[in-house]
Write a protein that binds this ligand. Structure first.
Ligand SMILES: C[S@@+](CC[C@H](N)C(=O)[O-])C[C@H]1O[C@@H](n2cnc3c(N)ncnc32)[C@H](O)[C@@H]1O
Length: 513
């Protein structure tokens, strides 16, 4: 006897709807059903990464990965659900409707609850989870009403406002991949649809108005252009490797700067792209494939374990070191303010100390490769402990190997925190004014310095930092610019950093949650 298989919720997701409503779901109901599943997958990945403080990717990059089909709807659902997540959690807890089976599908449940309470319940047809929650709609709505009373707010908007940080609006930046296209060509193509101009500092970078969505533009889909912020695009340009060089990207995934290096080298020479995290190797491979670069060798492993004396590194002339950092400079842009961990104190000292210790080790390691002439160090953090302090820690070693700090993009107005003599050679961008907070430092071997000046237009340092130890002076108003106690500015930058969460601070002061 042949047994009939029970209908599986995977193969026939709309069985429940067809049975109860006696009709076939419409196309928009079908696509909303799948968007909820895709959003749940992304949400799970984002929340797990956030809990472990080891993000596989930003929300945007996860949504725009090839495996997600309905990108627009999925992105909107993930962001909206995250925005409402603390409320959804409170509502679910107070309604007490979930058994352990549903708790295991927490992300999907949160997304459907978002749709029921705040979104488009109209298209909530589909699987068992939808059916279960729609059946408990009254309990959910009543829990939400009680929450409004408990939080002493009159409207949902006010409730949401309690949980929201300030908004950031930044121009859309796209870097032309000169391995596949050229700047004027891309400018013409994008100019057909958008207002677009060349960036005034970074070559190959085009600037479009805020909120321009280029994710599905053919130039981006075929790898002729990469969506990359201005500060992030500065880093490889500062390293300025020449075609034919051998270059090492020490901490490379997802590979935006690696493929930028390849473009600057005209595809000639060799780039070794090292990456520790296995999950991120796949994204690195995808980026490299999309760029069309054929001179990138990916190495899965710990940069700190690469032996500088190994013959395979004997010709490495430039190293790009963009290590893991707190990401405090781009938290708003990556939508991290929507993540639960952002609700914790911004000064997670233990974590910052660990990151800083790794960054110091990694930079010292980079400076010890025998043939290396140029090392660029960058972070997307605004914390002094991950930036100036890291540079200070390696200055004696750098000097012993014949390196000195050189000023990247001298025309850029925002330099390092004045915590040591020579910090004016460092480059900073401001998370609010420049829309992302980055830090860049460039070390160049003295013997190659004139050569590199010609190549990059980078100004030589008037003051060499190679012979003396970093020099700190007491803070005085008369000589404030270059003589400040490090701790003072560390405090200032904690405040600067916290502008991103200022609203929450104000709420706390007022005794609000
Ligand atoms: C800030 S991200 C690099 C971003 C990349 N430069 C880009 O522009 O796309 C830092 C990367 O370093 C990797 N990483 C962390 N520790 C490492 C180590 N010891 N060796 C190699 N890679 C490491 C992380 O997994 C992460 O992918």
């Amino acid at each position: 006897m042949v047994r009939k298989k029970p209908p599986s919720s995977k193969s026939k997701p709309f069985a429940a709807a067809e049975k109860t409503e006696n009709r076939r779901p419409s196309n928009s109901e079908r696509s909303a059903y799948f968007a909820r599943r895709e959003a749940a997958k992304v949400l799970r990945s984002v929340l797990q990464g956030d809990a472990k403080r080891q993000a596989v990717g930003s929300i945007k990059s996860l949504v725009y990965s090839p495996s997600i089909k309905n990108k627009k709807a999925t992105f909107a659902l993930v962001c909206q659900t995250l925005k409402h997540l603390p409320i959804i959690k409170d509502v679910l807890e107070s309604a007490a409707i979930l058994n352990s089976k549903w708790k295991r599908q927490e992300e999907l449940i949160s997304i459907i609850v978002y749709d029921i309470l705040f979104g488009q319940e109209i298209s909530l047809v589909g699987g068992d989870a939808e059916k279960f929650l729609i059946g408990r709609k009254n309990a959910l709505q009543s829990a939400l009403a009680k929450l409004l009373v408990r939080k002493k707010v009159k409207s949902i908007e006010n409730l949401i406002a309690l949980y929201q940080p300030a908004d950031v609006s930044k121009p859309c930046c796209v870097r032309v991949n000169t391995l596949k296209s050229d700047v004027d060509c891309a400018l013409r193509e994008l100019g057909k649809q958008f207002t677009v101009r060349k960036d005034d500092i970074v070559p190959d970078l085009l600037i479009l108005p805020p909120h321009t969505d280029l994710h599905n533009h053919p130039l981006v889909l075929n790898g002729s252009a990469f969506l990359q912020g201005k500060a992030s695009s500065m880093v490889a340009a500062v390293l300025a490797p020449k075609p034919g060089w051998e270059v090492l990207d020490a901490c490379s995934a997802p590979g935006n700067k690696t493929v930028h290096l390849a473009a600057l080298m005209g595809g000639k020479g060799k780039i070794i792209a090292c990456e520790l995290n296995k999950d991120r190797i796949k994204r690195l491979e995808d980026t490299v494939r999309l760029s069309g670069a054929t001179n990138i060798e990916i190495r899965h492993g710990d940069f700190l374990n690469l032996n500088p004396r190994d013959s395979s590194f004997s010709k490495i002339r430039a190293i790009l070191l963009d290590p893991s950092c707190s990401g405090s400079g781009t938290a708003a842009q990556r939508l991290d303010h929507l993540l639960p961990s952002h609700a914790t104190d911004v000064t997670d000292t233990e974590r910052l100390n660990k990151l800083s210790a790794f960054q110091k080790k990694a930079l010292a390691h980079a400076l010890s490769f025998p043939a290396v002439e140029r090392v660029v160090y960058s972070t997307c953090s605004v914390n002094q402990i991950e930036n100036e302090d890291v540079i200070i820690s390696v200055l004696p070693l750098a000097a012993s190997h014949g390196f000195q700090l050189v000023t990247p993009f001298p025309q850029w107005h925002r330099r390092g925190l004045p915590v040591f003599e020579g910090s004016e050679h460092l480059l900073r961008t401001d998370p609010i004014e420049d829309h992302e907070g980055f830090f860049i430092a460039l070390f160049v071997k003295k013997s190659s310095i004139n050569d590199s000046e010609e190549q990059t237009g980078i100004r030589n340092t008037p003051r060499a930092l190679t012979t003396k130890k970093p020099h700190f002076k007491r803070h005085s108003h008369a000589n404030r610019k270059f003589s400040v106690i490090p701790a003072v500015y560390s405090g200032v930058f904690k405040i600067w950093n916290s502008r991103l969460v200022m609203k929450r601070r104000i709420r706390r002061t007022k005794g609000l949650p």
